[in-house]
Ligand binder design. Structure first.
Ligand code: AMP
Length: 417
């Protein structure tokens, strides 16, 4: 049997895992400042959850879901995104019964059957946040402020925000704009790609974010949705923009930004980086006030975003690794083992050579391991009841009685408790 990793998936280790952990730790740190709690939902859900919530005509549901059948023939899907799952949890676990508003964040893998390329995988990872219960523009602004703070924390300057509003379902808002857009697109039909010719009838807004050159050329002059939304949506958008201006949040208006999913209303935004190549979206989100209705639940205003962890990991730079921990060198297996376990129990990362090779080779390993101190238990040390402690940064060596070694290390380092 020839083992092979599944197409579009990858193993993460070494620097990759360090990047992921760094991005995750900083997200937990920053998001908790805004009152977010972590939520972990199942990796798979009933297919209908995504079919209804995300929308039948979206690529995610129409073409990209990993489907499985359980033993009773029910259709399940590996989650292609997590907003629908979090909303499902709000409904099934009654999170809003005791609260006027809730904030949740999540970190985890998502699954989409896409054509893999740089920055695009079939199993990829997202960090996301969802904010429930508040409909005012301050909450939209809060989300963007949190993202700005997060990007600052992970030292990512090369990202930019794009912003749009896609209005609401009121007849004089998005539906009226759609009619307007359909008229415009119908006249230009012959210049649109095959998919977009079909989308004129099924999902005309999606034509606006088609990446085909001919469609981009057509939609350049399309009517701008943010100029045609209803009065209330217009006020929401201009209030949001003025809050962002007050806080110095820099963004570009993009009338073609509609997001692929059906559930959005009003504010939509994306985060881009020019350093990502073709797949330049680092994340996106928006408001989805009507999603609860789709599931037959009373309306709860909601908004959120998802960031692509794999893509952020491509953008960040890891700092120089600091020397860290201890390495015990010696040939007396039991003495070495005891010292190693005493150091570990005292709270220090401690390594040793399990093969007890030559002292020279053990030194080489200690150097490579980038530890701060090497503890030497050679024949001479054993005879005298001492340990030679070498500080790898200063290259100074001290002799310490073996029964006082932990105290000595404590005075040199502070334990990682
Ligand atoms: P979406 O839910 O499609 O808005 O995706 C949010 C973010 O997740 C995107 O901006 C990407 O950074 C990331 N993302 C989406 N699909 C993939 C994928 N197949 N591989 C890697 N990252 C992805």
């Amino acid at each position: 049997m020839k083992l092979k990793i599944v197409k579009g998936t990858r193993d993460l280790y070494g620097d990759d895992v360090e990047r992921f952990q760094f991005l995750e730790d900083k997200a937990r740190e920053v998001f908790s400042l805004y009152g977010y709690e972590e939520i972990r939902t199942p990796m798979f859900e009933r297919t209908e959850l995504f079919a209804h919530g995300v929308g039948q005509d979206t690529d995610i549901v129409g073409k990209e879901m990993f489907l499985l059948e359980d033993r009773r023939g029910r259709s399940m899907a590996l989650r292609p995104e997590m907003t629908a799952s979090v909303v499902r949890s709000i409904i099934t676990d009654n999170h809003m019964q005791q609260a006027t508003h809730r904030r949740f964040y999540y970190i985890g893998p998502m699954f989409r059957y896409e054509q893999p390329q740089k920055g695009r995988f079939r199993q990829f990872y997202q960090i996301g946040a969802e904010y429930f219960g508040v409909s005012t523009p301050d909450s939209d602004a809060e989300l963007l402020l949190m993202l700005r703070q997060y990007f600052k924390k992970v030292d990512l300057n090369a990202v930019s925000f794009q912003l749009n509003t896609i209005g609401c379902q009121n007849p004089d808002c998005r539906p009226a704009f759609k009619k307007n857009l359909v008229d415009f697109l119908t006249v230009q039909k012959e210049y649109l790609c095959e998919n977009c010719t079909r989308r004129i009838d099924t999902n005309p807004l999606r034509v606006l974010d088609c990446k085909e050159e001919s469609c981009i050329a057509v939609t350049k002059d399309a009517p701008k949705i943010y100029e045609h939304v209803c009065e209330e949506c217009g006020e929401h958008f201009s209030e949001l923009r003025s809050i962002l201006d007050d806080h110095g949040v820099v963004y570009t208006l993009n009338h073609k930004l509609v997001r692929g999913l059906d559930y959005y209303s009003r504010t939509v935004f994306e985060v881009y980086s020019d350093n990502l190549g073709a797949q330049n979206a680092a994340g996106g989100g928006g408001r989805y006030d009507s999603l609860f209705e789709v599931y037959g639940s009373p309306i709860i205003p909601a908004l959120g975003f998802a960031l692509g962890l794999d893509r952020l990991a491509m953008l960040i730079r890891l700092g120089e690794k600091k020397a860290d921990g201890l390495f015990v060198i010696g040939h007396h297996r039991r003495m070495v083992n005891t010292l190693v376990s005493n150091c570990r129990e005292a709270g220090y990362k401690t390594l040793y050579d399990p093969f007890q090779s030559s002292m020279k080779s053990q030194f080489r390993q200690a150097n490579k391991a980038n530890v701060s101190h090497v503890l030497i238990l050679g024949d001479d040390e054993l005879k005298e009841g001492i340990v030679s402690v070498k500080n790898m940064t200063t290259s100074t060596q001290t002799s310490v009685p073996i029964d006082r070694i932990i105290g000595h290390i404590e005075s040199e380092l502070s334990p990682e408790r």
